[in-house]
Design a protein around this ligand. Sequence first.
Ligand code: TXA
Ligand code: MG
Length: 326
Amino acid sequence: MKLIAVDHENPQDGLLEEAAHILQNHGLVAFPTETVYGLGALATSDEAVAKIFAAKGRPPTNPLIVHVADLDAAQSLVKEWPPEAEALARAFWPGPLTLVLRRTDRISPLVSAGLDTIAIRVPAHPVAKRLLELTAAPIAAPSANPYTRISPTTAQHVVQGLGDAVDLVIDGGQTPVGLESTLLSLVDGPPTLLRRGMISKEQIEKIIPLQDKTSLTFADHRPRHSPGLARKHYSPERPTRLVDSPEFQRLLNRRSPTQAFLGRGAHPDQENLICLPDNPEDYARGLYSALHRFDRAPFEQIIIERPPLSPEWEAIADRLWRASTE
Ligand code: TXA
Ligand code: MG
């Protein structure tokens, strides 16, 4: 595994050309997007895509997201481009929104895990964007973490999680959004939200009407039944509890050294207490780093303060619920 650092705003072509070359030769390159780091491979190559599943230990039944440089490239990979896709792409691309559409045969069938659809997005991060331009091909890239583990928001997270399974890791610093993209299906019936992200349901509903199949009822942030969406995802290794604020304070006041706490507010970090900023954008940006940090320490339990019940916190509430084990 090789690690190279690039300027995250103006990445150097000389460095990214090496990455593009590895991708074109069916290798694996981890790179920053605005959401999380992706584990990239040439989406047209069975050989390259198979390496993604092997490196992550991901079941071949779980399809991957394909990244493209622009709207034209996205359209060239799909059979139908419905008006909803046009409206959403114009509103949110480049950016953290992934659309599921009917696919053509240009992509390796392994990417779609046997489905006739493709999940596709145009990333906004300058490194991802330039890498796509230099590679001149679609790049399949799930989050660059071992299957069921926390997504990486720094290059160090990628190195710790995947190490030598990757040919090259591009270090572009911390990813600015911090949570995975919002995922929306535009096939088989009305537009449907499949995964929450920092582009909120409310923002999307300003553009098109939406059906919600994510696994929480956000009236109270409690789970409801949701077939087909794995809960065990984005998980820290330790038992993790999500508790309301008063209970969080109570447990914090009588904490034991084997417990780690993740709260909100302006308290300075301690070894077993991280307080993330009390606004959703900054909280999301820091969340996975906090969970990664606790995961590497010998705590027996992680206790997390439940987020506020408002739409801007819904994607965070979703990830915290998935991270929690009780
Ligand atoms: O922000 C992101 O989306 C990041 C960055 C790297 O772009 N990628 C990411 O990929 O989160 P991954 O593989 O960890 O999550 C992809 C999700 C999975 O839940 C997968 O089941 C779903 O997208 N997915 C992929 N293709 C699909 C399809 N054709 N139909 C329905 N769901 C699909
Ligand atoms: Mg993932």
